[in-house]
Design a protein around this ligand. Structure first.
Ligand SMILES: NC(=O)c1ccc[n+]([C@@H]2O[C@H](COP(=O)([O-])OP(=O)(O)OC[C@H]3O[C@@H](n4cnc5c(N)ncnc54)[C@H](O)[C@@H]3O)[C@@H](O)[C@H]2O)c1
Length: 368
């Protein structure tokens, strides 16, 4: 069997994981890595044994002979790279969110379509074992007609203060809301129609907010702390969605994840943050090791956040449909833009799907 030759754009925290996953895949390789910060690209190349290093992705696409490109740059910096990759005839795996503007989302869709290349967004919650299991039950009709859900997906504060240097240029809605909204659409098999949102600010933006080491950040971080959204779906289902990045740093899990879905015949509840599978106690701390999202088994990257990335390669090899379609990811972008507008205006907002207005969610869904 032939290998899928990947090229990587973005050699930061998550890009390094992408490199490890392709390198560990028996039928994939990473032939080149690019970062505008060349030192970062060189470090990942050294660690993972990648031959070619670039700081210009257009040059990389022209020279490296890759089949597909993984785009792992900050949330707002996906579209130019995705369009250039598609124009160079490369398939694309784009980190979530697809994009952070309507124009960018449509540009990516158009470029992939015009060039006949395949694209997937890494919305990995569909691979999350309890969430996937809930979806299987919903699809099997075990809950009857599903009509409401609650989804809290929060991050601890250090994600905004220490992990993402670009947190103020993104938002927790792009960073995590993209996942929770995708899950809700997938569960209901429907797109948001109307959204109402109230947001809270003031913790992260406060001058002197402390980072993980307890040092003050003089100007704070200019980003919304938390969005509380009520979402009406086109099929009549309703959800409440909470996304914040101000959970205390001592939370034993980086995410606070609570999910409940209710139908006329049953209900499913998921508490994925306090799974209680394993606790580690030493004289200095209590730790709940992550054994579900990203972990290593016999040195190989495992966990559902890595499974979604592997799945992109698998589908390229087998020709199977990606479990997440680009159109579904675009619906998520357009709905998040509506949620942000509602948070600004404190008024309900209808989601404007533009050229995708006539779509029905099911048209774009891989039902697996
Ligand atoms: N799926 C997941 O679980 C998961 C987890 C973390 C991050 N992410 C996503 O991955 C993406 C990257 O996040 P991160 O934490 O790795 O960020 P990061 O800041 O650690 O890394 C981003 C890298 O992209 C580089 N870059 C920026 N613009 C570039 C360009 N035009 N060309 C080449 N390189 C460029 C930066 O120099 C930086 O090294 C984001 O979209 C984020 O939401 C996904």
């Amino acid at each position: 069997m032939q290998k899928v030759n990947m090229a990587l754009v973005g050699a930061g925290t998550w890009g390094a994981n992408h490199a490890r996953i392709y390198k560990a895949h028996p039928f994939a390789d990473v032939v080149a890595v690019c970062d505008t910060d060349r030192e970062k690209a060189e470090k990942v190349a050294r660690e993972e044994g990648i031959e070619n290093v670039y700081d210009d992705y257009e040059k990389m696409f022209a020279e490296c002979g890759c089949d597909a490109v993984a785009i792992v740059t900050p949330d707002f910096a996906h579209a130019d790279i995705a369009v250039a990759a598609a124009n160079a005839g490369k398939h694309v795996l784009i980190e979530k969110p697809l994009a952070t503007s309507r124009e960018d989302a449509f540009r990516i869709l158009a470029a992939c379509e015009a060039n006949g290349v395949r694209g997937m967004v890494d919305l990995h919650n569909r691979w999350n074992p309890p969430i996937h299991s809930a979806w299987q039950s919903v699809r099997a009709g075990e809950l009857g007609s599903v009509y409401s859900a609650y989804y809290r997906l929060n991050d601890v504060r250090w994600v905004a203060t220490d992990m993402l240097p670009w947190a103020a240029k993104s938002s927790i809605l792009w960073f995590l809301g993209s996942h929770s909204l995708d899950t809700l659409m997938w569960m209901f098999g429907s797109r948001p129609k109307r959204v109402y949102c109230v947001s809270k600010s003031g913790v992260l933006s406060k001058p002197g907010v402390l980072n993980r080491r307890g040092e003050p950040i003089p100007k704070g971080i200019d980003t919304v702390d938390e969005y509380l959204s009520t979402i009406e779906f086109e099929n009549g289902a309703v959800a409440q969605m909470e996304n914040g990045w101000v959970t205390p740093n001592a939370n034993p899990c980086v995410n606070d994840i609570k999910f409940t879905i209710l139908g006329d015949k049953g209900m499913i509840s998921v508490d994925a943050s306090n799974h209680n599978l394993i606790q580690k106690y030493t004289d200095n701390e209590v730790v709940v090791p992550d054994v579900i999202v990203q972990n290593r088994i016999f040195g190989k990257p495992k966990g559902f956040a890595f499974e979604s990335i592997r799945s992109f390669v698998d589908c390229l090899l087998t020709g199977e449909e990606f479990p997440v379609t680009l159109r579904e990811s675009a619906y998520g972008v357009l709905a998040i833009l509506a949620i942000m507008e509602s948070a600004r205006t404190r008024m309900p907002v209808e989601v404007d799907y533009g050229i995708l207005q006539g779509d029905a969610y099911g048209d774009a869904t891989a039902h697996g």
